[in-house]
Design a protein around this ligand. Structure first.
Ligand code: SF4
Ligand code: SF4
Length: 302
C-alpha cells in the first residue's frame, strides 16, 4: 500500500531539525566572527591583535569547546586519546561526561540527526541525487558494521598511539574548513560524498561512521523514542522509506512486536513522523520494557 504524507501539516520535524543543524554550525562560527576573524580562512586576525575566540566565554568545535570556563570534549575522541596515550587524566573524563550524559539521556544518535554537519551535507547531497535520478544500492554494508569500526578505531589507536579517527574525521575537517579554511582533511568528506552518490544510500551514516557507532551504543538507553499507534497505522511503509538511519529499525514496531523504535540506531530525526500519512508516529518520553516474547534477533538489536 502506498500513501502520501499529509501536506497540510503545519509543523515538520525535518524543517525544525535543519534549523538546529544550521544553528549548530553558526554556534561554533559565532565566536570566530565576534573575535573579528573571518570564516573559511578568508583573513585571520582582527584589528585587535589580542582578540581571539579563546578570549570569549564560549568557543571551540564539536571536538573540543569551552562554555563559561567549563571544558567539553567529544567522548569518542577522548576514548581514542586515552587508548593512544595510555593515560586517562580525570579532567579529560570530566570534560567528556556532560556530553555522555546529555546524549545518553536523550538518545545517542540525536547527535547524528540534529548536530553533525556531515549528516546535513549528506542529506542535501541525497536530495540532489534523488532529483538527478541517480540510483544507488540500499544497505550495501550491514548497519552494525559501524560498531565494529568504532572498536577497530580504538584498537588501531592503541596500536599506533594515534587517535585514528580524529586524524581522518570528516566532521573535524568540515569544522576546520568552515572556521579556518583548512582544506587538507576534506578529501575524506569528498570520498564519502562519492560513496553516497555511486555506492550506497546513506552508507556513511548508516553503516560506516565510527562516531555513529559510538553514539549507537550510547543510544540504547535514550529516553526520546519514536512510538507507534498500532491502530492508526495503515502499513504503507512511508516511514521506512524516509528513515535516515535504516528502515529495518522500524520493523519490530510495525509488526506489532514493540511499542517504540527501540534500536540505538534511531537518530530521533523525526523524518518517519513527518512521512506518516495517518499521524501514527510521534515522539514519546521513555520506552518501557522490551516485550520479552518479541525480542529482536541478536543481529537486529542495537
Ligand atoms: S526511525 Fe524515524 S526518527 Fe528514527 S532514524 Fe528512522 S526516520 Fe529518524
Ligand atoms: S507508521 Fe505511518 S508511515 Fe509507517 S507504515 Fe504505518 S501508516 Fe505508514
Amino acid at each position: 500500500m502506498s500513501a502520501t504524507p499529509d501536506a497540510s501539516r503545519s509543523f515538520r520535524w525535518t524543517w525544525f531539525r535543519h534549523i538546529v543543524q544550521v544553528a549548530a554550525i553558526a554556534l561554533f562560527a559565532a565566536p570566530v566572527l565576534i573575535a573579528g576573524w573571518s570564516l573559511f580562512g578568508a583573513s585571520v586576525g582582527g584589528d585587535d591583535p589580542l582578540s581571539t575566540p579563546a578570549d570569549l566565554s564560549f568557543f571551540g568545535s564539536l571536538s573540543s569547546s569551552s562554555v563559561g570556563g567549563l571544558a567539553l570534549l567529544d567522548p569518542f575522541g577522548v576514548l581514542q586519546v586515552i587508548v593512544a596515550s595510555k593515560t586517562a587524566p580525570v579532567e579529560w573524563l570530566l570534560a567528556a561526561l556532560p556530553i555522555v550524559l546529555v546524549y545518553g539521556l536523550i538518545r545517542g544518535r540525536a547527535f547524528c540527526g540534529w548536530v553533525c554537519p556531515v549528516n546535513l551535507v549528506l542529506e542535501i547531497e541525497d536530495a540532489f541525487r534523488r532529483k538527478l535520478g541517480i540510483e544507488v544500492r540500499e544497505a550495501p554494508v550491514p548497519r552494525r558494521a559501524k560498531l565494529w569500526i568504532a572498536l577497530g578505531v580504538l584498537a588501531l589507536s592503541a596500536l599506533t598511539s594515534v587517535p585514528v579517527f580524529e586524524a581522518f574525521s570528516p566532521i573535524s575537517a568540515l569544522n576546520k574548513g568552515v572556521l579556518f579554511g583548512a582544506v587538507t582533511g576534506l578529501w575524506m568528506l569528498a570520498a564519502i560524498m562519492l560513496a553516497e552518490l555511486f555506492w550506497g544510500h546513506r552508507v556513511w551514516c548508516r553503516a560506516l561512521c565510527p562516531l555513529g557507532g559510538f553514539y549507537e551504543a550510547l543510544g540504547r538507553a535514550g529516553l526520546v523514542n519514536v512510538k507507534l499507534d498500532q491502530e492508526a497505522c495503515i502499513h504503507c511503509n512511508a516511514c521506512k522509506r524516509s528513515c535516515l538511519a535504516d528502515p529495518v529499525i522500524l520493523e519490530p514496531a510495525l509488526a506489532g512486536e514493540d511499542a517504540v523504535v527501540r534500536a540505538g540506531d534511531c537518530m530521533a530525526c523525526g523524518a518517519c513522523i513527518d512521512a506518516c500519512p495517518t499521524k501514527a508516529l510521534s515522539f514519546g518520553l521513555g520506552r518501557g520494557a522490551k516485550p520479552a516474547e518479541t525480542e529482536e534477533p541478536a543481529a537486529e538489536q542495537a
